[in-house]
Design a protein. Structure first.
Length: 142
């Protein structure tokens, strides 16, 4: 009986090792595939970073300035500039908001630095900054 138990234990161990080896082999293959993919992505990233640096150098040489994060064309956004411009035009936040096509609370939040305008709203702000006081009042009346 001791021989039979030893033989069964040995056979179970052999089968378990064979299955573990098969599982470990597939895991090793997947791991190697992932490592190759990561290495390829790192090479692509390095290439793209070199291209961006080269483009920036080229732009600097040609005198082209990229847009700042809070700007559209020559217009640069700042929370204080919105408030100063609104006061200069003599408008309430609600009137200024209707001129821009936004809610009055949006203008309030811009003025207090709690939020920033979206790209489309930046374009509207830039357009309003180009208008004279008479043109603004005419638009509000119409």
């Amino acid at each position: 009986m001791a021989n039979l138990a030893t033989a069964l234990r040995a056979e179970a161990t052999r089968i378990a090792r064979r299955e573990l080896r098969a599982e470990a082999g597939s895991a090793k293959k997947l791991s190697a595939d992932y490592r190759r993919e990561i290495a390829e992505l790192e090479r692509r990233l390095a290439t793209l970073e070199r291209e961006v640096r080269a483009a920036r150098k080229q732009a600097a040489r040609s005198g082209v300035r990229p847009l700042a994060a809070g700007s559209v064309g020559n217009f640069r956004y700042s929370s204080s500039s919105v408030k100063v411009h609104r006061k200069k035009l003599g408008l309430s936040a609600a009137e200024y908001a209707s001129l821009l096509g936004v809610h009055a609370m949006t203008v309030y939040n811009w003025e207090h630095g709690r939020s920033k305008p979206r790209r489309s709203q930046m374009a509207a702000l830039a357009a309003v900054h180009k208008l004279s006081k008479k043109e603004v009042l005419k638009r509000l009346e119409g």
